[in-house]
Ligand binder design. Structure first.
Ligand code: DQA
Length: 144
């Protein structure tokens, strides 16, 4: 019943980073919110962040080998560039839920392309920190 919540580049700066776009919640406060929600759902979460693409690839592989229930992935800007993350998601049997705090489609053109979406189970974006809560709810529904 383990769900990895993986966060990519610059998301360690949440709270102070462009708060008009990303809100005032920090990654720590999002982690605390998700811990409570997961406990209520009978799930376990492990939230991680890295600024390095390879760490995210390794963690996706780990989710596969540990047969996690799901991965919730905010790949940050790697969403728009990373074929390595695309391939890693394809390589594992675990459903990946793509999340974004902002709605990339309402922003610059270079954010309109996602290498994650085509291989994700689904995408939730535009609801700030709530995007993660909605994703965790969706992940809970994947239990049969
Ligand atoms: C983001 C959107 C990306 O375009 C951006 O590069 C991020 C954050 C989001 O959560 O809204 O770093 O993934």
């Amino acid at each position: 019943n383990l769900i990895l919540v993986l966060n990519g580049p610059n998301l360690n700066l949440l709270g102070s980073r462009e708060p008009e776009i990303y809100g005032h919640d920090t990654l720590d406060s999002i982690a605390m919110m998700l811990e409570d929600q997961a406990a209520a759902l009978g799930l376990e979460i492990d939230l991680r962040q890295s600024n390095h693409e390879g760490h995210l690839v390794d963690w996706l592989h780990e989710a596969g080998s540990r047969q996690c229930l799901a991965v919730i992935l905010n790949a940050g800007a790697l969403t728009h560039s990373s074929i390595a993350l695309h391939d890693a998601i394809k390589a594992i049997p675990v459903p990946v839920i793509e999340v974004h705090l902002s709605n990339p489609h309402a922003r610059e053109r270079f954010r309109h392309r996602s290498f994650i979406s085509a291989v994700a189970r689904g995408t939730i974006s535009g609801f700030g920190a709530r995007s993660y809560a909605l994703a965790l709810d969706a992940a809970a529904q994947l239990r049969q």
